[in-house]
Write a protein that binds this ligand. Structure first.
Ligand code: SF4
Ligand code: SF4
Length: 283
């Protein structure tokens, strides 16, 4: 058996929109019966990019997250469809039948990921088919082929040697919103860059004004007492990412010959950049 899946590495997405444009080119003014009808020229797309700005000047980061149909194992869109207008193939690809689904707008609203768009010209709900017409011709989905940074990985979950299987086995990839209960087959690497928070800072020696490289930074969760340790880089910077919000943390900075510094941080739903932290000589 084949079970198609996709893994998207958020760290590698540079928001070039090549996938978005290629998808538009593939599906606008083209029909692939029995899987899809043409989409509208404007105002309709199967891929969208979520963007997240993190931190504050001078420590600002941006993450991008492509969202498309998650090819769910247990699709909510299928549950509301009448007359078998949505079905799942043996290889796991979920298809909205472009003939049977005409007029069934409830399919749009059923998807918790907002992956179904409404074609008001055709009165048709439409979504990504994972380029099933290309897969049947032995090709990759078009977005996977055009992505210049290798952010999109496509493959067979039932092939243990495939890259998607290896990445899942290594625990690197996870579904978005697993609590929706639809068991997606699109997974994300570095999902925390969209869903969690960081505490970062820059350390310098007060007596010399130099960037403090190699300072031991310990971050302790004051609720659980769990801790992580990092060391400042060449620029004196440190960062702990993937942190849970609504939690109090203690940041401790230690360097031989300098006084230990402690900073308490109450992390809410916002990344925290502590700015420049100066270490005093331990005379
Ligand atoms: S992501 Fe939405 S449209 Fe795609 S299979 Fe799941 S429920 Fe259906
Ligand atoms: S083509 Fe790749 S890098 Fe460009 S927006 Fe799409 S996923 Fe991101």
């Amino acid at each position: 058996m084949t079970k198609w899946a996709m893994i998207i590495d958020i760290d590698k997405c540079i928001a070039c929109y090549a996938c978005f444009n290629a998808c538009k080119d593939e599906f606008w003014d083209n029909i692939y019966p029995p899987y899809s009808a043409s989409i509208k020229k404007r105002g309709q797309t199967f891929i969208r990019l979520l963007k997240r700005e993190r931190g504050k000047f001078p420590y600002v980061k941006v993450s991008y997250m492509p969202i498309l149909c998650m090819q769910c194992e247990d699709p909510k869109c299928m549950k509301v469809a009448k007359n078998g207008a949505v079905y799942k193939r043996d290889d796991g690809i979920v298809i909205i039948d472009p003939v049977k689904a005409v007029g069934q707008k409830e399919i749009v609203n059923a998807c918790p990921y907002g992956a179904v768009s409404w074609n008001d010209e055709k009165k048709l709900p439409q979504k990504c088919t994972l380029c099933v017409h290309r897969i049947e011709a032995g090709k990759n989905p078009r977005c996977v082929d055009v992505c210049p940074s290798g952010a999109l990985i496509f493959g067979d979950l039932d092939d243990e040697k495939s890259e998607v299987s290896k990445k899942l086995r290594d625990g690197l990839a996870e579904p978005f919103h697993p609590e929706y209960g639809t068991k997606p087959k699109v997974f994300y690497i570095n999902l925390h860059k969209m869903t969690k928070y960081f505490i970062a800072g820059s350390v310098a020696f007060e007596d010399t004004d130099d960037c403090a490289e190699g300072v031991e930074v310990r971050l302790t969760n004051l609720k659980t007492n769990e801790f992580k340790v990092a060391f400042t880089d060449f620029f004196g910077s440190f960062e702990f990412d993937g942190l849970e919000p609504h939690t109090e943390y203690l940041v401790e900075l230690k360097y031989p010959g300098y006084q230990t510094k402690e900073i308490k941080v109450k992390l809410e739903e916002k990344d925290v950049y502590l700015g420049y932290i100066f270490l005093k000589r331990d005379y």
